[in-house]
Design a protein around this ligand. Sequence first.
Ligand code: ZN
Ligand code: ZN
Length: 439
Amino acid sequence: MELQHGRTKVEVGMGKRKTAQMEKRGYQRKALTTGTVYCMSGGQNGGAGHGVGDGPVYCVMNFYHLVDVENKEEELKAHEGFLSEEKLDIKGRVFISEHGVNAQLSGPEKDAVQYAEWIKTRPKFSDLHYRTFPCPGHAFPKLIVRNKALVSLLREMDTLPVTEPEKRAEKVSPKRWKAMLEEVGGDEAAEGKDKKGTMKPLLIDVRNDYEWDTGHFAGAERPEEYNFIETPVGKEVYNGLEEVDRERPIMMYCTGGIRCDIYSTVMRKQGFKNLYTLEGGIQNYLREEGEEHWKGSLYVFDSRMAVPPHLDSTKNDGYLPAVSPCAICGATAEAPHLNCANVDCNKLFLACEECKPKYYGCCCEKCTQAPRLLRPIKKDGYYAKLHTYKETDEELQRQKRDREALEEKIRRKKEAAAKAAAEGIILPAKRKSKKYLKQ
Ligand SMILES: [Zn+2]
Ligand SMILES: [Zn+2]
């Protein structure tokens, strides 16, 4: 896949042959990222989504690295120091814990790459792999850099041997994953009847149920969890896999790989011996192997909420297919999800193009009658996020205060007039109200 923005060419997911072709055609390699940025000599002045030639190329960048960090507070300080010193235009989330780092960022590609390359100079982080994906602009509202668990998985996260590669699942390249998917046997395998008495690879989606609704690999059953934090970590086995032979190959996948790396340590403890994870997660597969075996779009945890399977959100086709149907009418739904416009419901749901405007962004008829409704903020029918609504709410509060102040003013004016009338004073009719009130 490729993009042309002015003189800048952004290429993602190309093989060696294509790389050679690019270099032959006069493009020079400017930054070494997993998705390499190619620019015509003369600089990187194309602008993804910012008009041609008037701004930086933005990207979303993801990376994580599982490694023992002796002093997470100090590591955090180093990151904060670097980011403020270099004044990088980076937004997103960076979580640093005793288990390493996990980050989702957005910003000009050169800033994001500078940050990731700096992390690679940190002790123990030289093996960090980062990936960039074209994006029209920032995909996060602000930057949060914190000491926090890398993923939310109850409290047991502390006791899991996540930094020991041999306790995790075996990593499988996208190419090998594709071959293994062919053995899985598509959607019939996901019916749930196939868990016993077979040694065919079993495909499991280690994400949240709503992510599966946006898109997933054919053959993966819908997860039972609304949130990864609910994933069983004790003796209880993932989504009814109790009866599965502990020798049976299990293929685990998630968006970028970290949830599988972490959760596979739990499954290994439970006795599953042949665990495989997709290296670099779905994003890496779609980039390297294309859309075969994939259904729908990809849910992402940033303001876009979904990206097309080609992963390039600067190429807006205007339509993102979802797998699960419209929650209201059952027709084919379109990603991204909506949060119900009734603030007090806020349910995350998929809807079809017809139901979105028909129900004003609400999840059902009843919610359209609720007292606190978000108002559409864009012409295309998308609704304000909750944090936007809070700002709107503040604005409404301010208006209410102004109104009350005005009413108070009028009341005092009337009182003064009544008092004057009682005392037999005739007030000049044309006197300005301000002066009048001062008397
Ligand atoms: Zn519908
Ligand atoms: Zn609702």
